[in-house]
Design a protein around this ligand. Sequence first.
Ligand code: NAD
Length: 270
Amino acid sequence: MSDSAATPLKGQKALVTGADSGIGAAVAVSLAEAGAAVGVNHRDSGEAADDVVRKIREKDGEAVQLKADVSREGDVKALFDRFMEEFGRIDILVANAGVQKDAPLTNMSLEDWQKVVDVNLTGVFLCMREAVHRFLDQGIAPVSKAAGKIICMSSVHEIIPWAGHVNYAASKGGLHMMMKTVAQETAERKIRVNSIAPGAIKTEINRESWETPEAEKKLLKLIPYGRIGVPEDIGKVAVWLASDDSDYVTGATLVVDGGMTLYPAFAGNG
Ligand code: NAD
């Protein structure tokens, strides 16, 4: 990677969870293009993570794949230990891993409620706790003004209620207050904690909502800007939030949704 203003994360070490698919993969590639060495966390077999690592290395970036289930405390501790062995320090955590298991309230099993909360909320808690431990041990290094940066991958559903998805909406609503609380708790130690709240981004998690022309047309009615987002839209924002360009930003949710949260149904006078 070249040494220029295009590499604002040069010398920094970043861990991205759920980085073998969709938004996480694009964030991993974007951070690497911006100069960071990247840990590509994956829960599944590793083939998809291999592709992300290869893509980064082809552009002279640095990356390793790290298997762990973020909802398991032992896995998360081992993940951070392996990351530290590999890279020596950690500057950026992107807590991106997330799942959906949809059903109306009356049909939702406790298992599906728990699974989503375990990954989307507890998984972020476990990763943030590990990251903050390491940031505090390390202190501030010359590569960044902050001792560490955390980016939580939230959703517009930390704002917009979502019928048929009570587990998911509750997990993202909880993530909103967890992010702000940890930001408040760690700001004086020069740690920045923020969220990105994507709107509709074309990935596996929501394939049925964009893969047919009918589904895409229906979805576009909710997006004033007139296009469905792509994972790279989120990658670019993650680079900014991880860089010193956003050094005065902490406890914020950056909504990246083509206007989905602007109540488009009210555009024609309600
Ligand atoms: P995706 O299904 O393509 O990716 C989800 C990733 O999380 C996968 O890599 C998966 O393996 C990983 N993951 C799931 N459970 C895990 C676990 N226990 N441990 C480690 N990794 C695990 O979907 P995506 O759209 O890329 O989703 C990424 C994040 O973005 C999620 O938190 C999701 O809620 C959020 N998000 C997505 C959209 C969208 O429109 N795609 C919108 C808002 C928020």
